[in-house]
Ligand binder design. Structure first.
Ligand SMILES: [Zn+2]
Length: 90
């Protein structure tokens, strides 16, 4: 949560911070952003299956899928419509 404090919404055309669940119901998280003028998604994840923390750096496309580099679990974000409305309170 701390690394993003210096960023501002205006710098990014897409930003998300979502809980993802494993089939067993364990929680992980995907934090991802795309800079204005870039097609690359950057961010980090916590894998719900194995608990690994990893970096995201991949082409931005929908639906968003991030593969855990530790256990190959595929984290998937289904609907993104509401994400843009979220505002961080600092
Ligand atoms: Zn994993």
């Amino acid at each position: 949560m701390s690394a993003d404090k210096r960023t501002t919404m205006a710098t990014f055309r897409f930003i998300t911070n979502r809980v993802v669940k494993s089939p067993e119901g364990k929680e992980g998280r995907i934090k991802m952003l795309v800079r204005v003028g870039s097609d690359m998604a950057e961010g980090e994840y916590k894998c719900p299956a194995c608990g690994d923390n990893g970096k995201i750096n991949q082409p931005f496309k929908k639906p968003i899928m991030v593969k855990c580099t530790a256990c190959s679990f595929l984290m998937r974000l289904a609907r993104l419509k509401d994400e843009m409305k979220k505002k961080k309170k600092q």
